[in-house]
Design a protein around this ligand. Structure first.
Ligand code: AMP
Ligand code: TRP
Length: 325
């Protein structure tokens, strides 16, 4: 691996089946940048336990994300794939950064505010969540962080913490940024004013693992409007079409739409066909990997070893600068 390359870091929480929003918003951009960057792809299990979860399901969900990454095109020979809790330095750096983070900044995070509304008394983990996310990236001196649009505020905080640390203790961290120029925001099929999300239930999302029938049903019943118009739902269908269909097909459909010569049923049927084809190779690769779990275990062992080595160097440098050694 060429060490002169900038580092890329992104994380996905093991909270159930991966949907097309996660895939297009976070995994595919990382897949497309594997040659350009020294890439770190992390299953952020310590983040996922800040929300209500079933301990007995967690192992399988973690394994599921690893399979999704590889089936989705992450090449373990090019990228470092690992599990966050296997590298204890994430928590160590989090504590150190915690000491320079203003509580007010954490309380301003949309995610925190949403939790406060839902659960009345949120736990400390959800408040400190963005510090752990900053530690994830800074531990590897990551510069490129491909994430969806919902993470913008967290990236801002990460940048502020890196700058503040550098100011207080001397130049240490490069300032990371989201490398996706127009971060995608795929909306719910069922409720297109909301972001596609696992928490909105299976009707809202197209899972990478959905079978062709389910995909067709979800797309054909997507909420749009009655007469063809650029509603939030229509816009979402076009966004998806642009991602999964060839450019000419997209252009052709868009022209028909502009000429008011397009029916929703046609747009949806075309999108459904391309979506089914889009997920098919990912599903096939995933099924293959399911039968080869030793291979997965060896990839993770190698990944966390490489991650730990870099992480411990950063921690040593940080502690020294903070006067701790
Ligand atoms: P999460 O499932 O919350 O761990 O999200 C994993 C990654 O997928 C993050 O980079 C998110 O920004 C991205 N993501 C999640 N939902 C969407 C969506 N509906 N559209 C685009 N990107 C998304
Ligand atoms: N908070 C991110 C999300 O919900 C996941 C995440 C954790 C992450 N650590 C990260 C993303 C570091 C990018 C970089 O999607």
């Amino acid at each position: 691996m060429n060490n002169k390359k900038q580092r890329l870091f992104t994380g996905i929480q093991p909270t159930g089946s991966l949907h097309i929003g996660n895939y297009l918003g976070a995994i595919l951009p990382a897949v497309n940048r594997q040659d350009e960057y020294d890439s770190f792809l992390c299953v952020v299990d310590l983040h996922s336990i800040t929300k209500p979860y079933e301990p007995k399901d967690l192992r399988d969900q973690i394994k599921g994300v690893v399979l999704d990454y590889i089936a989705g095109g992450i090449d373990p020979d090019k990228s470092t794939l690992f599990i966050q809790s296997h590298v204890p330095q994430h928590c160590e750096l989090m504590w150190l950064l915690n000491t320079i983070t203003p509580v007010g900044e954490l309380q301003r995070m949309i995610q925190y505010k949403e939790f406060k509304e839902r659960f009345k008394e949120p736990q400390g983990g959800i408040l400190n969540y963005p510090i752990l996310m900053a530690a994830d990236v800074l531990l590897y001196k990551g510069e490129a962080v491909p994430v969806g649009d919902d993470q913008t505020q967290h990236i801002e905080l990460m940048r502020d913490l890196a700058k503040k640390f550098n100011r207080m203790f001397g130049d240490t961290f490069p300032i990371p940024k989201n490398t996706i120029q127009n971060p995608l925001r795929i909306m719910s099929m069922h409720d297109p004013d909301k972001k596609m999300s696992k928490s909105l239930g299976p009707k809202s999302y197209i899972a990478i693992s959905d079978n062709p029938d389910t995909i067709r049903k979800k797309i054909m019943s997507a909420v749009t409007g009655t007469d063809i118009a650029m509603t939030a739902g229509t816009k979402n269908l076009f966004t998806l079409l642009e991602q999964v269909a060839p450019k000419d097909t997209y252009n052709h459909m868009y022209e028909k739409f502009e000429n008011k010569d397009l029916q929703y049923s046609e747009l949806k049927a075309v999108l459904a066909d391309y979506m089914v084809e889009f997920v098919k190779p990912i599903q096939e690769k995933r099924a293959e990997l399911e039968n080869n779990l030793d291979y997965i275990a060896s990839i993770l062992a190698e990944g966390s070893e490489r991650a730990r080595k870099i992480a411990s160097e950063t921690i040593e440098e940080v502690k020294q600068k903070m006067g701790l050694m």
